[in-house]
Design a protein around this ligand. Structure first.
Ligand SMILES: [Zn+2]
Length: 506
């Protein structure tokens, strides 16, 4: 049995009509879009959806997120990345999450994502203090059941914590330095063996919806053997290699301190930039860095809300686009941006860069931000031939919006209203791989009330655990603040803050 959507307003994001709405019927069979046109008819047995007052668009691709943060939603504020990380990803104390809680966390995250029209998530599963097989399996199990599409990482930090930051060790008492240095980290062979096993077991799971991706945490957090080995594995399996690069000015200073050059130059030299690689954030890149990224065919996930929340800076949207870098959009995790709603990110991307230059011809356009949220995001995930646009032969990952809502009243330009007026409350139906996973605004594949009840039963324990970890890790705050201030005061060839960064340190 197929699905037939009759005469809807459709944003295809294909190469012909792009983001401009057109009236079309769409037929879906066996998970795939089999026909699009203005003179189509359903086949007997099809579920027919009347598209008269409906807008259909490709599901959003969240090009960078971390489901780990689901339990940390809105817990912290006014902390820059390095201080926030030491709370949300604690380095001291017992931070391991049991696989059954990983599964609950992943299910909650997927429910919220699907109801917000996000059909693909690039979930960089950063487990603390490290990730084991049972935890990875729990994410695959949760996403298989709920029906979302995902790239799911094995994430690795292969350097001791204090070797990933400049200056911090100088400011910590000897006892804490010793304790931090005593913690073991995985070797390159351990991580690459884990990843080979994950590719064999899970790559293409859930009828192809679920894929494994490698994720060396960042160039300053992993050795060259991990960075190069992960890049090679991603290319061999046609998968994504996902890595955090130059999110903060501290990381720009880290490149100088560790290598005497930018972290992008370093990656270029060792062969860790590739068309399968996506850099998360990419804010503090010089124009030389941008040229290297573009030449390598490497993508960037732009995460403007997270970058605002953590005060990381403003990525150079237009310069990156002009350099030829493919840009996707991501929410980042639910602690650094507090929501997996891609519509918020698309709108913020459209707005934020308008105040960075009076040259209004350089401001992001609606078609560009919609591309970044769909087809270009799919390219960051190495899924450009699978999803991201409504085209015959592609997987049927679609969102159907009710146009009889205030966000679309009066009907002016539906694509502009999708970006600037809609917040997800008009979402009626979400389809992933031809399966209706949200119907009438509700998830169909799991019992949301039961999942929330399970969370509520466990919530007191989860918060007590987080409180203990916050207390354990508060000993790092003073040293990290001194490190941060020193990095912010360092001279830099570029400035990605909206004002004079030194002025706000006085
Ligand atoms: Zn991240």
């Amino acid at each position: 049995m197929g699905i037939f959507i009759r005469n809807a307003h459709v944003i295809t994001m294909d190469g012909i009509t792009g983001s401009g709405p057109v009236v079309r019927s769409i037929r879906i069979e066996d998970g795939v879009i089999t026909a699009i046109g203005s003179d189509l008819h359903p086949v007997d047995g099809d579920r027919v959806i009347d598209g008269r007052d409906r807008l259909v668009s490709p599901g959003f691709v969240n090009a960078h997120t971390h489901s780990w943060e689901m339990f940390y939603k809105a817990r912290y504020d006014n902390l820059p990345l390095e201080l926030w990380l030491a709370q949300a990803y604690p380095v001291l104390g017992d931070s391991r999450v049991e696989p059954e809680l990983v599964r609950l966390r992943s299910t909650l995250f997927a429910i919220e994502s699907l109801k917000a029209g996000v059909t693909t998530v690039v979930d960089d599963v950063l487990e603390n203090p490290g990730q084991d097989w049972a935890q990875l399996s729990a994410v695959f199990d949760a996403y298989e059941e709920i029906g979302i599409r995902a790239n799911i990482s094995g994430h690795v930090i292969s350097k001791p914590y204090l070797d990933t930051l400049p200056f911090a060790a100088e400011y910590l008492p000897e006892s804490i330095v010793t304790e931090l240095r005593s913690r073991s980290v995985p070797t390159a062979d351990e991580y690459l063996d884990f990843s080979r096993k994950a590719f064999e077991q899970y790559h293409g799971w859930g009828d192809g919806r679920l894929r494994y991706m490698v994720a060396p945490s960042a160039p300053q957090r992993c050795g060259e053997d991990v960075l190069v080995g992960a890049t090679e594995l991603a290319r061999r399996y046609g998968a994504e290699c996902h890595i955090h690069v130059l999110e903060t000015k501290t990381q720009l200073v880290t490149g100088t301190e560790m290598h005497g050059k930018s972290l992008v130059s370093y990656m270029h030299e060792i062969g860790a930039l590739s068309p399968n690689t996506t850099l998360a954030h990419g804010i503090w890149l010089t124009e030389d860095d941008m040229a290297m990224v573009a030449d390598a065919g490497t993508s960037i996930s732009h995460n403007p809300i997270s970058n605002l929340k953590l005060g990381s800076g403003i990525a150079a949207w237009r310069k990156l686009r002009d350099a030829g870098v493919n840009l996707g959009l991501g929410t980042d995790g639910c602690s650094s941006s507090d929501s997996p709603r891609m519509l918020d990110v698309v709108k913020t991307a459209a707005l934020l860069h308008k105040v960075t230059t009076p040259d209004f011809t350089a401001w992001p356009r609606v078609d560009e931000v919609l591309r970044a949220g769909t087809i270009d995001g799919a390219r960051t995930a190495v899924l450009q031939d699978t999803v991201g646009s409504i085209e015959v032969g592609k997987q049927a990952d679609l969102v159907i919006y009710d146009l009889e809502t205030m966000a679309f009243t009066p009907r002016q330009k539906l694509d502009h209203q999708l970006v600037y007026s809609e917040n997800g409350s008009s979402i009626e139906t979400v389809i992933v791989a031809g399966r209706v996973v949200v119907d009438g605004g509700e998830v169909t594949t799991v019992d949301e009330a039961a999942v929330r009840a399970e969370l509520n039963e466990r919530l007191a324990d989860i918060i007590a655990w987080q409180d203990r970890l916050d207390a354990d890790n508060s000993v790092l705050t003073g040293a990290l603040t001194r490190m941060y201030n020193r990095a912010m005061s360092a001279p830099a060839p570029i400035d990605r803050f909206s004002g004079d960064e030194r002025a706000w340190l006085v």
